[in-house]
Design a protein. Structure first.
Length: 101
């Protein structure tokens, strides 16, 4: 199913498919420079028919193709980096204020 979806989506990189024995209907895509995978829970397979599961897998391959994991990581780091920059700026201003006295 995954090998049929990849060419149709225009995605040529290697992707591994994992089926987890979890009853919750869920699926997700994870990827980095070294490895990309689609994980499907058994609960999703139990509640959807074959065409619907294939559509979910295609959707997850789309996330990998668009590098959505990298964008989410960058977006999650932005507030942290802003906090660090603000703290550094505060310490710098305190140091400069003490040196002016």
């Amino acid at each position: 199913m995954l090998e049929r979806v990849k060419p149709a989506s225009g995605y040529g990189r290697r992707v591994e498919l994992y089926v987890r024995g979890i009853d919750e209907p869920n699926a997700f895509a994870v990827g980095n420079v070294l490895k990309r995978a689609v994980v499907v829970h058994r609960g999703l397979i139990d509640v959807l028919d074959r065409d619907e599961v294939e559509a979910v897998i295609a959707h997850k391959v789309g996330h990998l193709k668009r590098n959505d994991n990298a964008y989410v990581l960058a977006a999650s780091l932005t507030p942290y980096l802003t906090f660090i920059a603000g703290g550094f700026t505060l310490l710098l201003r305190i140091a400069l204020a003490k040196s002016v006295k």
